[in-house]
Design a binder for this molecule. Structure first.
Ligand SMILES: *Cc1c(COP(=O)(O)O)cnc(C)c1O
Length: 376
């Protein structure tokens, strides 16, 4: 089914086409060429740490699981209200997800409840910055430090968001970004791993290079090019990097446009709060967001589903997500389920509204009117 107003549209508003064409003319299309290097340096300037472009945030998370040394029986604390890749990356190494509860105000992991889930098998905490809004990273880093755990940020939705004036993705040991076409900045498929913990750098480079010391060899730091550790093929081609350079170069244009959309939704829909309808992300003063998505929280599941149907009847795509991981068939089959009342309640009430770089004012008005009419 096609919708007049989709949830998302790719907004190529920079020089992506010219850059792709330039990348094709270099004669190098594999990873690691001039566009990949340019893109990695650009991300390092914006985020800090050391950047490795990947084919997806999923790949970046998989590298982070390798670097964490996760093995069978090791536990990793993460929210259940997230995309499957957050968990799969660690489960692929034999790790066990320990699903944590979220906060009602931010829909991010509840930092005050993490410590009660830590035991001798715990190795890492994954902080997922939902809707581009940072988790309470000071508290998460403090509990991780106390128990000697690694902190991995699933910053798939949070490229260029900040927490206390520091970029999301640079706040833990490693940060993982997504440039999938549904995210604020995109190369179709794509991602990046940013490593802030320098101890992990040599291992990160080798994991990225199929488990070899290729990069050291190329720099002349090693005289043999050989198998050193576990690794895989994680890097995107030059054309993908070229698209991403084009997107990141016009970051201010993209953020300004999306901020305007966010503020219009906020202004028009805030009056519903007195009726018990929520919206988000609501950005506290110590954070900024990249306006990845705007969501409503209906009063209950039935109301949420009725509103989605109402949008559909008008040719507007508004969707819900995520099915909580602890409540999924796979988690149940592995015995990773349990009861997370806040997560279950929130997941039954979230609706994402259309949000993309080229959403017109008249289209946004239609979305807003649909909501207001529904609640009239
Ligand atoms: C989109 C998303 C991912 C996966 O990103 P890909 O680049 O598609 O692999 C992982 N985690 C979260 C929270 C996401 O929103």
């Amino acid at each position: 089914m096609s919708y007049r107003i989709p949830l998302n549209k790719i907004g190529l508003v920079g020089k992506e086409t010219e850059l792709v064409s330039a990348s094709l003319k270099t004669g190098c299309l594999a990873s690691g060429g001039v566009f990949s290097k340019r893109c990695e340096r650009l991300i390092e300037e914006l985020i800090g740490g050391s950047c490795f472009l990947t084919t997806s945030c999923t790949s970046a998370l998989e590298i982070s699981a390798l670097l964490s040394g996760i093995g069978p029986g090791d536990e990793v604390i993460m929210p259940s209200f997230t995309f499957v890749s957050t968990a799969n990356a660690f489960c692929l190494r034999g790790g066990e997800p320990v699903f944590a509860e979220i906060r009602r105000d931010t829909l991010n992991i509840d930092e005050t409840r993490i410590e009660s889930q830590i035991n001798s098998r715990t190795r890492a905490i994954v902080a997922v910055h939902y809707a581009g809004l940072s988790c309470e990273m000071d508290a998460i880093n403090a509990v991780a430090k106390k128990h000697d755990l690694l902190v991995i940020e699933d910053a798939a939705q949070a490229f260029l968001s900040t927490y206390k004036e520091r970029p999301c993705g640079s706040l833990g040991d490693m940060g993982c970004f997504s440039y999938h076409e549904t995210k604020t900045f995109t190369s179709g498929e794509g991602g990046a791993l940013v490593v802030s913990n320098a101890d992990l750098l040599p291992q990160a480079e080798m994991a990225r290079d199929y488990g070899t010391n290729r990069s050291q060899f190329m720099r002349g730091d090693s005289d043999k090019y050989t198998w050193m550790s576990l690794g895989s093929s994680f890097s995107p081609s030059e054309t993908v990097a070229a698209i991403l350079v084009g997107q990141i170069e016009v970051r201010e244009t993209i953020l300004t446009k999306r901020r305007a959309l966010h503020e219009r939704y906020q202004e028009a829909l805030s009056p519903l709060v007195s009726r018990g309808v929520g919206w988000g992300p609501q950005v506290p003063s110590e954070c900024t967001v990249n306006y990845h998505l705007f969501y409503l929280l209906a009063r209950d599941r039935r109301e949420r589903d009725a509103l989605i149907t109402c949008f559909g009847d008008k040719g507007i795509l508004a969707t819900f997500h995520f099915i909580p991981l602890h409540d999924s068939p796979y988690a149940r089959s592995r015995g990773w389920s349990g009861s997370l009342p806040v997560t279950e309640d929130i997941a039954g009430r979230v609706i994402r509204l259309p949000m993309f770089n080229t959403l017109e004012t008249a289209e946004q008005d239609e979305v807003i009117d649909t909501v207001l009419e529904f609640y009239r």
